[in-house]
Design a protein around this ligand. Structure first.
Ligand SMILES: [Zn+2]
Length: 417
């Protein structure tokens, strides 16, 4: 066995090739340090080399001192001054597919090839990780696309089969909505689905909420009037992620239909067709508020946020729209008010142009991404023998994405449907 041991020099590329056998074995893993303190790992079967800054390797040492395996936590505190982590000796072992590093501070690290490959800094690998593990990409849809993105699932399958359950959650993440059919005529359906994912998001209006016409309603949704396109709870910083609406009793009157539009698609149209308006809705904060009393509890919620929010990667994150919950307090500069209304007016025009209408029936659960979809309802009329009654619940995206990751990792290990 031949080991390399020489001082690391920043300016020269050192290539190390370690072979335990002679003649040449079939598989060889090489590891070297290139300019800029970057470790280059060449896989035995060729392909693009994997590259890692040495400071990152030192920070992510997997030994028992540096990493606590049970809690999957880094336990080494950051030691000031080791940004220039220096490597005395590096070797690739082809038998175990590992890269071993001796550091100048006498610490030793061993990294498995699989582990390194999974964390390679190449753009394609980072994109793969974001798509497969972090969050799958959205499929934005227009009004004509609606039949193509319509997904239905059986309640029993979602509750009992992990494969169907995962597909349902993925449809919420990707298309932004779906319908569950054949749920029992039971007031606990929304709770059962929430519990299957994790737990209900409690709000000012309680855990489950009933959408039905109420005398002395405390919320606009509790009237029979048409409900314009909106997102729920824009006045919360920690806004609910999805809305589960179980149709318990549907109105036999002409109305009571659901309105739905993909807010991200509308924002994308605005970005392409009216970029100035897009910028205004991205930058101008709006005061969303909710002031009232429900079940004896008084509340005054306010959240200042633009209509369109992007995430750190520039993807759509959240659309805020709710004309009922937009405050008359508008805490922006006087000269910014009229431009905002012009941009808002265009957004609403596009939103209604892309809106679809359908009417869910008893036993169906309409689930949608509340940070993305704008939803509404046409006016209806109750009669003494027919009172429209939906039961809703919210669940947070943190809980849903976590469940998607867990189900996907199980799927990788075992074949199931
Ligand atoms: Zn270590």
């Amino acid at each position: 066995m031949k080991m390399f041991a020489r001082q690391f020099n920043n300016s020269i590329l050192h290539k190390l090739l370690v072979s335990r056998h002679f003649p040449m074995p079939q598989r060889l893993l090489s590891a070297s340090v290139a300019e800029g303190n970057v470790v280059v790992v060449q896989e035995p079967n060729g392909g693009a080399p994997l590259k890692f800054p040495s400071v990152w390797l030192r920070d992510n040492c997997q030994c028992n001192c540096c990493f606590h395996k049970n809690t999957k936590s880094r336990q080494a505190n950051w030691i000031r001054g080791n940004v220039e982590s220096r490597i005395r000796n590096i070797s690739g072992g082809h038998e175990e597919d590992v890269v071993a590093i001796d550091w100048f501070d006498d610490h030793k690290s061993v990294f498995k090839l699989d582990w390194l490959r999974d964390r390679d800094f190449a753009p394609t690998n980072r994109e793969r990780y974001i798509e497969e593990v972090y969050k799958p990409s959205y499929q934005l849809w227009s009004k004509p696309d609606f039949p193509k993105v319509w997904r239905t699932f059986e309640f029993k399958d979602v509750m009992e089969k992990d494969g169907s359950f995962l597909q349902w959650l993925e449809s919420l993440a990707v298309q932004g909505f779906s319908i569950i059919k054949n749920a029992p005529h039971d007031v606990t359906v929304a709770r059962q689905l929430s519990d299957r994912i994790g737990f209900i998001k409690r709000t000012t209006y309680g855990e489950e909420f009933e959408v039905k016409s109420k005398e002395n309603a405390t919320n606009y949704a509790y009237l029979m009037s048409p409900l314009p396109l909106h997102t729920d709870l824009p006045y919360y910083e920690h806004q609910a992620g999805i809305n589960l609406l179980h149709c318990y009793v549907q109105s036999l009157s002409h109305g009571g239909s659901n309105l739905l539009v993909d807010g991200f698609y509308v924002a994308e149209r605005l970005r392409k067709e009216f970029p100035n308006f897009f910028e205004i809705l991205l930058k101008t904060p709006v005061d969303w508020y909710d002031l009232g009393k429900d079940s004896g509890i008084s509340f005054h919620n306010i959240w200042r946020s633009p209509m369109i929010s992007l995430d750190v990667d520039g993807r759509y994150h959240r659309i805020n729209e709710n004309s009922m919950k937009r405050d008359s307090h508008f805490t922006i500069a006087l000269e910014d008010v009229v431009p905002w209304y012009e941009a808002y007016d265009k957004f609403i025009e596009l939103a209604y142009a892309e809106t679809v209408e359908f009417k869910i029936t008893p036993g169906e659960v309409f689930a949608f991404n509340n940070k993305r979809m704008l939803h509404g309802r046409t006016a209806y009329e109750d009669s003494p023998t027919n009172k429209r009654h939906l039961i809703g619940a919210y669940v947070d995206w943190d809980i849903i994405y976590s469940k998607i990751r867990i189900l996907r990792s199980h799927k990788k290990k075992t074949k199931w449907n």
